[in-house]
Design a protein. Structure first.
Length: 66
């Protein structure tokens, strides 16, 4: 399945949830904000939201600093 992540097309296995995608990207333990096809999602939706061919995903990682 081809997904566009932060403007870059990438291939992933089919039947992937958003939470599984975060695991594939090594981001499952990091605080992130995700927009799926221009819709902002709540973290409670990550496990149940299934991805589809050609979905567009924007992922922003949150970093603390001072």
């Amino acid at each position: 399945m081809t997904l566009t992540i932060n403007g870059e097309k990438r291939d992933f296995p089919p039947a992937l949830s958003l939470q599984q995608l975060l695991h594939e990207l090594g981001l499952e333990a990091k605080p992130v904000i995700i927009e799926l096809n221009e819709e902002a999602l709540s973290p409670s939706e990550y496990e149940s939201r299934q991805l589809s061919e050609h979905d567009q995903i924007e992922i922003i990682t949150i970093a603390a600093g001072g």
